[in-house]
Design a protein around this ligand. Structure first.
Ligand code: G1P
Ligand code: ZN
Length: 548
């Protein structure tokens, strides 16, 4: 650490990681000291955990390639060297998908990784940026860890820095930065090898060669190069199968969130007369996925349930069966029914992938997913968009049925959870908080109330105790259960960067009546919740900004 400089700094308020790391406007991250302080706070926590120094430790750094990614990687390298880190692995050009980061940390036995992304949020100087730390299991740091980072941001007086110009992160190879060894690693190889170890690439290639047509929308995010290598080069899909495949710093000005609103062009393509058989998209950093058939949308809760139903049959890595499945609390309960039928446990966790980690580490679950287009398995500690697409491709190759028939067969067997999430974005945060406070104050009195053609059976906060480590996470969202088996969940987003985002989740289950229009089925419940919240009076909105 001899040549490290100590640069004086002041604590910056508001550096409290949310659902998935610290997310802020890019310009805030570009303020002098903002990124530097947060990164130094990460290293302060690492110093506490490694009192003998970081000389024997390896970390990985990379991000989704959005605006400010490269500058941030170079800053992190210099601070890492200043803190005496032994070795840093940098993804080539600083670009690495979120699931690839998780897989690389695990495969290389790294102590952790620093990941730069605001996921599906737009990128650019006037859009969003984010940073998070993943621990040695490959997963997002738990709240106990991020709370310590936050505490350090509030009392920093300096950060450590090694000045050295011309850091060659574009070319594979090694260099030194102060006393730190830096290796520039290939961004694709490790991830692709992991996918080849899970899926039967020969079988998938044969299925595509038989005339099965797919379209993959990378949304100008990080997955373009991964998808071109996997779907076009290795599986032989036609050139041009991967659209919007060039990672762009501003994602082409679009919102790289793979849902029906933001992937509208792909949705239209799947509804055209010459539509491909299968459509899929991933978000900016590659952890989310959207699954489409011809004129058919697979709701994420159904996707998790269908993958659980077919995994042992269709995917080599899961041939021995699943240990269990988990879903986040607002996610539809479809996967629970599959688990019950398979005779395996199912778990309900708070929103955020980090809550799956302990269950995965303990071998209690093999698959997990969230309604927010996240699906994954024990191969990583992040959700994995391309993995989900390959899982579906495997099921399609195995069943030789269209997407719509696979899902309809699932509903015939298990019944259907009609499901929608309504988001109200950029609300006045004070008004939104007050509205939820009023609801919370009434929760105890709601039982027995006539509601949406049924009766409220129970209403309360979701409080979670991790079954593996006993950690508790309280007030993770309000749940309202009706006597007819439907439910609503009300919570505020922990990832928004502007005002408050209200998420209203609606689920209505039917064992036999599986052919209804989803929106029509949901609307009475949604209307009753809006009235209960006095939504219009409270935050001035009725129509959601996004329905997924
Ligand atoms: C959102 C999703 C959540 C997901 C997270 C990170 O968090 O709802 O499922 O894990 O993004 O991708 P929220 O904004 O709701 O806190
Ligand atoms: Zn993401």
């Amino acid at each position: 650490m001899s040549n490290a400089r100590l640069i004086p700094t002041h604590p910056i308020a508001g550096q409290k990681p949310g659902t998935s790391g610290l997310r802020k406007k890019t310009r805030e991250f570009m303020r002098p000291g903002y990124l530097e302080n947060f990164v130094q706070a990460i290293f302060n926590v690492l110093h506490e955990d490694h009192p003998g120094g970081l000389g024997g430790q390896t970390l990985i750094v990379g991000g989704d390639g959005r605006y400010f990614n490269r500058e941030a990687v170079l800053t992190i390298l210099r601070i890492a060297a200043g803190n005496g880190l032994g070795r840093m692995l940098v993804a080539q050009r600083g670009i690495l998908s979120t699931p690839a980061m998780s897989i690389e940390i695990r495969a290389r036995g790294a102590a952790g990784g620093i990941l730069l992304s605001a996921s599906h949020n737009p990128g650019g100087p006037d859009a969003d940026f984010g940073i998070k730390f993943n621990t040695s299991n490959g997963g997002p740091a738990p709240e106990s860890f991020t709370a310590r980072i936050h505490a350090h941001t509030l009392r920093l007086t300096e950060y450590r820095w090694v000045e050295q110009s011309g850091l060659p992160i574009d070319d594979l190879g090694d260099f030194t930065l102060g006393a730190m060894n830096v290796s520039v690693i290939d961004s694709l190889d490790g991830y692709v090898a992991a996918m080849q170890s899970i899926f039967d690439f020969d079988r998938l290639r044969a299925h595509l060669a038989s005339g099965f047509r797919i379209c993959f929308d990378a949304m100008n995010g990080v997955t373009g190069p991964y998808a071109r290598r996997i779907f076009e080069d290795l599986l032989g899909a036609a050139p041009g199968t991967v659209i919007r495949s060039e990672p762009l710093e501003d994602f082409g000005g679009d919102h790289p969130d793979p849902n029906l609103s933001h992937a509208a062009a792909l949705v239209a393509r799947l509804s055209a007369p010459d539509a491909p058989d299968f459509g899929a998209a991933c978000d900016g950093d590659g952890d989310r996925n959207l699954i489409l058939g011809k004129s058919f949308f697979v709701s994420p809760g159904d996707s998790l349930a269908v993958i659980a139903e077919h995994a042992a049959q269709a995917i080599p890595a899961y041939r021995a069966g699943l240990a269990g499945v988990a879903r986040s609390m607002p996610t539809s309960m479809a996967a629970d029914r599959v688990a019950a039928q398979l005779g395996i446990p199912s778990f309900e966790t708070p929103t955020g992938w980090k809550f799956f980690s302990s269950l995965l580490d303990a071998g209690r679950i093999t698959l997990c997913g969230e309604e927010s287009f996240g699906t994954g398995s024990s191969h990583a500690r992040e959700k994995d968009g391309i993995w989900a697409v390959l899982a579906w491709l495997s099921i399609l190759a195995d069943t030789r049925q269209p997407v719509s028939e696979i899902v309809n067969a699932h509903w015939r067997r298990f019944g259907r959870s009609y499901y929608q999430r309504h988001d109200y974005e950029a609300l006045d945060a004070t008004a939104a908080d007050a509205m939820l406070a009023r609801l919370r104050a009434r929760l105890d009195s709601l039982g027995g109330l006539s509601f949406a053609g049924s009766t409220i059976e129970s209403a309360g906060e979701f409080n979670y105790t991790d079954p593996v480590n006993g950690d508790t996470s309280n007030n993770q969202g309000v749940r309202i259960f009706l006597a007819d088996g439907s439910r609503a969940v009300i919570r505020l987003s922990g990832t928004g960067t502007e005002g408050a985002t209200l998420r209203l989740y609606y689920e209505s289950y039917s064992k036999d009546d599986i052919g209804q229009d989803c929106a029509a089925r949901i609307e009475p419940l949604a209307a009753a919740i809006r009235a209960l919240l006095e939504l219009e009076q409270s935050v001035g909105r009725v129509q959601p900004d996004v329905i997924t």
